[in-house]
Design a protein around this ligand. Structure first.
Ligand SMILES: Cc1cc2nc3c(=O)[nH]c(=O)nc-3n(C[C@H](O)[C@H](O)[C@H](O)COP(=O)(O)OP(=O)(O)OC[C@H]3O[C@@H](n4cnc5c(N)ncnc54)[C@H](O)[C@@H]3O)c2cc1C
Length: 457
């Protein structure tokens, strides 16, 4: 083994949790190294949340411009250049990378760029492209993330499908984008490309979109996408693929339906980055799906090794990875924060947004939790009318015998922001009646919460 460099803390993968921990610990005077394959700042800012939301914003502007006459402005010859959209996305990403790099430099941790692999307990060899560096620490924090899963479908690999990584960097508009998977990435990118000018077909193996949501949400999501001309095909399990993405590609289902397109995007789930990383040399055990086994303090099966973020099976959101940082950082300060019972909200950035915090009806039913529901169509919220964004609904779950808010789902304009208001109430254990009777500014979308909670029986 080459000469071993020793540190107090080694962060393996610079995702949200890892980089935040590294900065904090380095500033506190610890000797810290971060092993990162090359994404300065992790997936979120380079290839996931930030570029996708930037592209989605460009798509919103294209869509709004085409609808301009509804608002009283005539616009002729609307044309979108995917090249310009890509440049805008790239510049937002570049700014955030530079911002992250500056934060890394200021904190003083050792950023080791290269592909890492465990070679012994708490010991990582990094291929820097300029030789191997071997690093060891008392405490190792794994934050390696996930990659797009490519399902085992005949012909799929040979078709050379794109993932979100390439989709967010395309300079030529796909004439017809086939999207494999109707989860949040498929819906977001499907709608965005439709608005930018592509034909889009989402091909889903299941029988509805957003499979973990209630059926009324799935139906409303479908309506949103179909209204804009996105084709959605369900029950497509057992399909085969022919052709090549970027040229001409087709998907044939087992019941004989054929979908043809120019590009094929796989958005069919995520795979943990744990293969060929030497986890066995480190004593880090994986579950049957390849995610790292952790307890509620994110400790792995190896002494002195923790795992954070998606690779540890944490819900796949940046803010969840950030909370994993809080869990491990708390232990370093003698605290006892854990992943137990935490509320993790999320927002799907289709337009209108879909957001949820806490339980939906399906989950409450499965857990045999008795509840009352209230529902409110967005159409009756005055601000939704002024914005001409009337689609969707809010839905709240309240405990049957107390005034506790159990959950909130919303498909509608500014859903992510409105959800956070309800989340604050849930965090503060505020009864639903306080929101029902609270004074909210008029006309905001949030004032709809008065009416929603007024509908609780
Ligand atoms: C298209 C898309 C859109 C998304 N949109 C949102 C959103 O709007 N909101 C939201 O909350 N979440 C979103 N997510 C999810 C979000 O990106 C992740 O949950 C978030 O980035 C946290 O990831 P993480 O901390 O687990 O690891 P990551 O950020 O993935 O970091 C892992 C790091 O490990 C590095 N690495 C991996 N293997 C090695 C190795 N062997 N050696 C060295 N380095 C290695 C990688 O380069 C990477 O930088 C989106 C995801 C995708 C794919």
């Amino acid at each position: 083994m080459a000469q071993v460099e020793t540190f107090d803390i080694l962060v393996f993968g610079g995702g949200k949790a890892g980089k935040t921990l590294a900065i904090e610990q380095a500033k506190a005077g610890k000797r810290v190294a971060v092993v990162e394959a090359g994404l300065i700042g992790g997936s979120c800012i380079n290839i996931a949340c930030i570029p996708s939301k930037t592209l989605i914003r460009s798509a919103e502007v294209a869509h709004a411009t085409r609808r301009a006459s509804e608002f009283g402005t005539e616009v002729d010859n609307v044309r979108t250049s995917l090249d310009l959209v890509r440049n805008r996305t790239a510049s937002v990403v570049a700014e955030m990378v530079a911002f992250n790099q500056a934060g890394f430099d200021a904190s003083g941790f050792d950023l080791v760029i290269g592909w890492g692999k465990f070679v012994a307990p708490r010991t990582i060899a990094v291929d820097t492209g300029n030789g191997i560096r071997t690093l060891k620490a008392d405490k190792v924090y794994i934050n390696l993330g996930t990659t797009a899963a490519v399902p085992d479908m005949p012909g799929l690999l040979a078709a050379n499908p794109i993932t979100h990584v390439e989709a967010l960097q395309l300079g030529d508009m796909p004439s017809h984008l086939l999207v494999l998977g109707g989860g949040y990435i498929g819906m977001e990118l499907g709608q965005a490309f439709r608005r930018l000018g592509s034909e889009v077909t989402i091909i889903e193996t299941g029988s509805r979109l957003g499979a973990r949501e209630d059926e009324d949400v799935s139906s409303a999501l479908l309506e949103v996408l179909q209204r804009e001309g996105v084709n959605v095909a369900f029950n497509c399990a057992g399909a085969t693929v022919a052709g090549r993405s970027g040229q001409s590609v087709s998907i044939k289902t087992s019941d004989g339906r054929i979908f043809e397109g120019s590009h094929l995007l796989v958005a069919a789930g995520r795979r943990p980055r744990t293969a060929d990383i030497g986890m066995e040399s480190a004593g880090v055990e994986l579950d049957t799906r390849g995610f790292i086994k952790v307890d509620e303090h994110l400790r792995t099966t190896a002494d002195g090794v923790w795992a954070m973020g998606e690779v540890a099976g944490t819900p796949m959101f940046t803010h969840a990875s950030l909370d994993d940082y809080r869990v491990v950082a708390s232990q370093l300060k003698g605290g006892d924060r854990s992943t137990k019972g935490r509320i993790i909200p999320y927002c799907v950035f289709i337009d209108p947004e879909f957001a949820r915090v806490g339980l939906n009806e399906t989950e409450a039913g499965l857990r045999k939790i008795e509840y009352r529901t209230a529902r409110l169509p967005m159409d009756v919220v005055p601000r939704a009318r002024t914005l001409s964004q009337r689609q969707g609904f809010m839905k709240a779950l309240v405990a049957k015998d107390t005034d506790e808010i159990l959950g909130f789902s919303m498909l509608g304009v500014y859903a992510g922001e409105v959800m956070s208001v309800v989340q604050m109430a849930m965090l503060g254990k505020v009864p639903f009646t306080a929101i029902r009777d609270g004074i909210f500014a008029h006309p905001t979308i949030t004032e709809g919460l008065n009416m929603l909670f007024g509908n609780v029986k």
